[in-house]
Design a protein around this ligand. Structure first.
Ligand SMILES: O=P(O)(O)OC[C@H]1O[C@H](O[C@H]2O[C@H](CO)[C@@H](O)[C@H](O)[C@H]2O)[C@H](O)[C@@H](O)[C@@H]1O
Length: 365
């Protein structure tokens, strides 16, 4: 077991929270970065991958990977179907349920948690161009004026901060493994939590290896999210998904301390620590003084499988609401749904209008 220090401070005082994590002390740092292959080496790597698949009973496993890659990126289907209609009965629109949400917040402090990609910004082909609109930024800014607000993202914290550009928020990057509170203006961050810092060297090694291994697969993109990595296949021809899966699998075989999940046309590689967006939500509630409080109503809005960990925490706490952003029926622990980022924006705007009216009797534009 390894003890990891998480520093929590409120700007005046600071305390150290020891987070015991189930990590063994075996060496994680013994991998050498391979030499960059040449073009012909790339063809060799590809042939070798296919050969390995053919000779070692690999296709079975790789087919399972590719099936999961497909399943995690379902094709668009028309929103109106019997399946969709019955799903909307069990997971109604958060807009339709707005009055219920407002009523539930009576005497409680709303704390807002927002995922980034697919929630505040639309899904686009190039992850570096997933910008949020100015209207959305204004809506988030307005929400943060009334309620503590956190962005909880798979992205690196600094990158998501660069996209959102609001200094008054809490940011939980790397799927919650890198948390920072709003700056008090003196370059002194009020909350810091980095439970996976020990993994940084191997994450960097694996990043370099994946860059080399995937550089001959057109459209593949490896993104460093500091404490985790993303291998994007949105722009890779589906015929080459097995090859990409094989390359990633080969690299990960040497790193049992890392795990992989399927996101939206992305393979997400993370340390095997017991930390996720749900833990980040709990950490932030605790840091805000709501650990065992009944006077808090957390609202978490997200579109991804990783957001399910946070929805589950809310269900378990019997507190607040998880809101899934999806047009398609999905298995989810969220209570309510919103269709897409533009509906998320309208929900946030409505929350601000409701708060203004309930506070001063009129809406301030
Ligand atoms: O937790 P999130 O903020 O939702 O981050 C999850 C991943 O989001 C990004 O990838 C996704 O959005 C891209 C831009 O729209 C899109 O091109 C990609 O296909 C999606 O998977 C981000 O780039 C990843 O690193 C995050 O893991």
């Amino acid at each position: 077991m390894t003890n990891q220090n998480v520093v929590v401070s409120d700007g005046k005082s600071s305390m150290k929270v020891a987070v015991a994590m189930a990590m063994s002390n075996t060496s994680l740092f013994s991998q050498a970065v391979p030499k960059p292959p040449t073009w012909s080496a790339g063809r060799f790597v590809r042939r070798k991958a296919v050969k390995k698949l053919e000779s070692q009973g690999g296709p079975h496993k790789i087919n399972a990977w590719v099936d999961s890659m497909r399943a995690s990126s379902p094709a668009k289907s028309p929103p109106s179907s019997p399946e969709h209609d019955s799903w909307m009965v069990t997971h109604p629109s958060a807009m339709d349920m707005f009055d219920e949400i407002a009523r539930s917040s009576k005497g409680k402090k709303i704390v807002m948690f927002l995922d980034y990609d697919g929630t505040l910004s639309p899904i686009v082909q190039d992850p570096d161009r997933a910008f949020m609109s100015e209207d959305m930024r204004a809506a988030v800014k307005a929400v943060a004026r009334y309620f503590p607000t956190a962005i909880v993202s798979g992205r690196g914290k600094d990158k998501v901060h660069d996209f959102v550009k609001l200094k008054e928020l809490y940011y939980a990057g790397s799927h919650g493994m890198d948390i920072e509170g709003p700056s008090n203006g003196n370059d002194d961050k009020s909350i810091v939590c980095q439970p996976a810092s020990e993994f940084l060297p191997i994450i960097n090694q694996v990043y370099n290896k994946l860059i080399q291994k995937t550089k001959f697969i057109e459209g593949a993109k490896v993104e460093s999210n500091k404490f985790c990595l993303s291998v994007h296949f949105r722009c890779v021809d589906e015929k080459r998904w097995p090859e990409l899966a094989e390359q990633v699998k080969q690299v990960l075989n040497d790193y049992p301390k890392l795990k992989m999940n399927y996101g939206r046309k992305v393979l997400e590689i993370k340390p095997t620590i017991k930390w996720d967006k749900g833990k980040a939500l709990e950490f932030l509630l605790e840091a805000l003084g709501f650990a065992n409080s009944k006077d808090v109503l957390p609202i978490y809005i997200g579109d991804d499988r990783t957001d399910e960990d946070a929805f589950k925490v809310l269900r378990k706490r019997k507190q607040g609401f998880g809101i899934l952003v999806s047009k398609l029926p999905k298995e989810t622990s969220a209570a309510y749904t919103l269709q897409d980022p533009s509906e998320v924006k309208r929900f946030l705007q409505r929350l601000v209008e409701w708060k203004q009216v309930s506070q001063c009797g009129y809406y301030r534009s």
